[in-house]
Design a protein around this ligand. Structure first.
Ligand code: ADP
Ligand code: MG
Length: 379
């Protein structure tokens, strides 16, 4: 999905450079037939009103904003790579205070992947006339889905239609690297994302797709069906960064003997239960079954190799600070999110903390409590 020739920073730099120059063009009023479609784009989302928090991706000078106001929406984060376009939008729609959680118009210069979690959670994110321009469409949807409240929506739209957009792309494939996805492509794009396709309109003069985030942070498709996945092995040394650099120790299980079980598993973060053989000299509680969050992956945010590691953070405070060499058993209840690359260590840590929070809450649900008594665990 992403372009091989240039990296994301260069792609974003070119977008910003080009669109900053278009501030004047984008400030001209739109013809009425277009503004009518823009209103339809906003109105496709159910239940929006004065209480809604909205992200407008590729907002530009803010052509969707008056339509949001029409629907009663006040709390809007306009996201764009082009600073000059956002400055124009601020001039027109800016409110006196844009601090904290005040309902108002705020702007964020950068791509959608850089929007921090504290700006959300959003009821809806609009990608109007911009989805063909993003560096990586799947990554943009994944990041956005993590910024939505459960049940929130994503709208992908273009008020001039898919064919018009395709001609634009033929004219400059560097600035517009992707097509607007047809239905099968879109379905493929979201297969492993916590999103569902709610409606899809592909008319000559209007492209309008509505996606919805699953109601639970762990969508039904992410739950391990049938027999839960069981893993067992020796705790081995990792790279020694879990506790020291991130404040989240992860007991690494030797992945070699698990190869057959790991085969074909999606890479990313899972939740479930863990039991350590802490040893008879340790408090009994340390050998009990505890909640855990586990990463199976290549750690793309940290450059130290591409081998797959299995790392388990156990939600328990152990008497022994180091239990490498001990046996660890885990039973996996479900998947939290696919593997993704973060822009900084702080961003990764923030995400790990929210993954741990999701794991903790999920495991309180009755169906996951049952797994705590799994036959694999020793009593
Ligand atoms: P490494 O890179 O060697 O895995 P970490 O910094 O990730 O080191 O720390 C992991 C080690 O910390 C584990 O192997 C274990 O010995 C210890 N540890 C202590 N408490 C926990 C915990 N709650 N969850 C996981 N590991 C823990
Ligand atoms: Mg570790």
């Amino acid at each position: 999905m992403q372009q091989a020739s240039i990296d994301k920073e260069e792609h974003n730099r070119r977008q910003a450079e080009l669109f900053n120059k278009k501030t004047k063009d984008f400030s001209a009023p739109l013809p009425p037939e277009i503004t009518e479609r823009q209103q339809r784009i906003v109105d496709v989302v159910p239940d929006l009103g004065p209480g809604s928090r909205v992200m407008d991706v590729g907002s530009g000078t803010g052509c969707l904003i008056p339509h949001m106001h029409q629907t009663g929406i006040q709390d809007i984060l306009a996201v764009d790579l082009a600073e000059d376009l956002l400055a124009k939008a601020r001039e027109q729609y800016g409110t006196s205070s844009t601090l904290g959680n005040d309902h108002g118009f705020r702007t964020w210069v950068g791509d959608v992947e850089s929007v921090p979690a504290y700006q959300g959670p959003f009821d809806v994110a609009f990608f109007n006339a911009v989805f063909g321009n993003v560096y990586d469409q799947r990554e943009a949807l994944l990041r956005t889905s993590l910024l939505l409240r459960p049940g929130g929506h994503i709208v992908i739209s273009h008020p001039l239609g898919r064919a018009w957009h395709e001609r634009l792309r033929e004219g400059d494939a560097e600035i517009v690297p992707h097509a607007l996805p047809d239905r099968p492509t879109l379905e493929r794009l979201i297969t492993d994302l916590p999103l569902r396709l709610r409606s899809f309109q592909d008319d000559p003069d209007l492209y309008l797709t509505l996606l919805q985030a699953c109601a639970s942070p762990v969508p039904p498709a992410y739950l391990i069906q049938g027999r839960p996945l069981e893993l067992e092995g020796e705790v081995v040394a990792g790279f020694g960064r879990g506790s020291s650099r991130m404040g989240v120790p992860t007991a690494n299980i030797a992945p070699g003997p698990l190869a057959a079980k790991l085969e074909g598993l999606p890479l990313g973060v899972y939740f479930g239960w863990a039991q350590l053989d802490a040893g008879p000299e340790q408090p009994e509680e340390d050998s009990a079954v505890h909640k855990m969050a586990m990463n199976i992956g290549r750690r793309p945010s940290i450059e130290d190799g591409t081998d797959i590691t299995v790392e388990v953070h156990i939600l328990h405070s152990f008497a022994a600070s180091d239990f490498r060499g001990r046996q660890l058993r885990v039973v996996v209840g479900g998947f939290i999110r696919p593997e993704m690359r973060f822009g900084s260590l702080d961003e990764l840590i923030a995400r790990i903390k929210s993954d741990v929070g999701i794991a903790k809450a999920q495991l309180d649900l009755p169906e996951h409590q049952l797994c705590k008594a799994h036959e694999m665990f020793v009593r």
